[in-house]
Design a binder for this molecule. Structure first.
Ligand code: ADP
Ligand code: ZN
Length: 216
């Protein structure tokens, strides 16, 4: 099962991807995580990405595409994967088509999480993750079972993303509508698009996605 999760920042892509990893047994590929890992490991791509990231610029489509392509070749992706936060542009979407067909693979489904713009700011402003295992939480929507303790790994340290402040959310939304939202039409025209109501509660969103996965 090869899936893409599409939606604005705060729509719930990361939350759903973490849940699908457990229910479907396939990995979540987040380009942000992959870039940080490549930089930490000092691979060739990592060295290229580091200089761009250190200069505060966006990593090029070419570098991101290379990283994803190499990651898909790893053994844990043999039964599929969930792309979260990639592709982000039409150029990247074309690159995904090409890299998959070069490998003799195809995309099964693209799932769009649709959420009201007003809800996004609140979701982003309230979110945080476990500093140790990356599990995602929210101040009101998704608290750990025991306050201050990660459900997944027991850690008591959490972190918030520097770009999750309400004043930067509008800028990220703008970039989503400008560069990424056209992918909705792109995948609709390719008969790959499934739209899920991302305003529903987290469990209901997961079961909607699982229904789509079963029929794809
Ligand atoms: P994305 O990866 O799309 O940017 P996240 O998965 O990080 O979004 O979700 C943003 C925040 O909203 C998180 O704190 C998450 O717990 C919360 N959230 C995700 N899905 C829902 C939902 N269906 N209802 C309410 N809150 C949600
Ligand atoms: Zn944890």
């Amino acid at each position: 099962m090869r899936l893409i999760l599409l939606g604005p920042p705060g729509a719930g892509k990361g939350t759903q991807a973490q849940r699908l990893v457990r229910s479907l047994g396939i990995p979540q590929l987040s380009t942000g995580d992959m870039l940080r890992k490549a930089v930490a490991e000092g691979t060739e791509v990592g060295r290229k990405a580091k200089s761009v990231m250190d200069a505060g610029q966006l990593v090029s489509d070419e570098i991101v595409n290379q990283i994803v392509s190499a990651r898909i070749d790893e053994p844990d992706c043999a039964n599929g994967f969930i792309l979260d936060g990639y592709p982000r542009t039409l150029v990247q979407a074309d690159a995904v088509e090409k890299m998959l067909s070069d490998k003799g693979l195809a995309l099964d489904a693209v799932i769009e999480l649709k959420v009201d713009d007003e809800a996004l700011v609140d979701r982003i402003a309230g979110r945080y993750t476990c500093a140790k295992c990356g599990a995602g939480y929210h101040d009101t929507n998704l608290k750990p079972k025991t306050e201050g303790v990660c459900d997944q790994c027991g850690s008591t340290e959490f972190k918030r993303r520097a770009d999750d402040r309400p004043d930067t959310v509008k800028a990220r939304l703008w970039s989503y509508y400008k560069d990424t939202a056209p992918l909705i039409g792109y995948y609709y025209a390719k008969d790959k698009l499934h739209t899920v109501d991302g305003m529903a509660n987290i469990e209901d969103v997961t079961s909607e996605i699982e229904k789509i996965v079963r029929s794809s």
